[in-house]
Design a protein around this ligand. Structure first.
Ligand SMILES: [Zn+2]
Ligand SMILES: [Zn+2]
Length: 181
């Protein structure tokens, strides 16, 4: 996710460069790493470099209804300005913006997208993820995952309130476990 932008920093304001993004980053601490790919456009501004583009990734999330882990695809529309910490020609330290939360280009003129991608992915992550829209959830009595079939807790006539929904879900999806993301 790192790129050397010294040439672009030397180029006139308004110059652009496209950059293919492809790699793996750790989005939330301790995860296995998410593949990230896409393309960004780098634009030389009067202050630094504006990075814009659409990236794709997938994060592992836990279904809020059945607690199973599944991959949730995310689309990240990145738009961030990066500020160089030193002047590319003179090597003199540059003053940085007053407002916090900006990204920098280090003294070796390396622009690193990792942290921005991580932050955008965390924001894009759903708050209450569902492994599929009609996830049947867990049996309130035995905790059985009702997506995998019914349990024996509720004999005919004493069904839990959402059993009609889960029956529907099961008949619709019994043959297509992959198509539910
Ligand atoms: Zn689920
Ligand atoms: Zn049960």
């Amino acid at each position: 996710m790192q790129m050397n932008v010294s040439q672009l920093l030397k180029a006139p304001i308004g110059s652009t460069r496209n950059h293919e993004v492809s790699g793996t980053i750790e989005i939330s601490g301790g995860d296995v790493g998410s593949k990230v790919y896409g393309e960004v456009k780098l634009l030389r501004t009067n202050r630094g470099i504006l990075v814009r583009g659409t990236l794709h990734t997938e994060v592992q999330v836990t279904c809020s209804r059945c607690l199973s882990l599944f991959g949730c695809p995310l689309t990240l529309n990145i738009e961030e300005e990066y500020f160089p910490v030193i002047d590319v020609v003179s090597g003199i330290s540059l003053s940085l913006p007053e407002e916090p939360g900006y990204f920098t280009i280090d003294e070796y003129h390396v622009l690193d997208l990792t942290e921005a991608i991580r932050q955008y992915a965390l924001l894009a992550k759903p708050m209450k993820p569902l492994c599929r829209e009609d996830c049947a959830g867990l049996c309130p009595s035995c905790g059985h995952n009702l997506n995998q079939g019914t349990c024996s807790c509720f004999p005919q006539g004493t069904a839990p309130p959402w059993s009609e929904l889960s029956k529907l879900a099961l008949t619709n999806h019994v043959n297509e476990p992959e198509g539910n993301r």
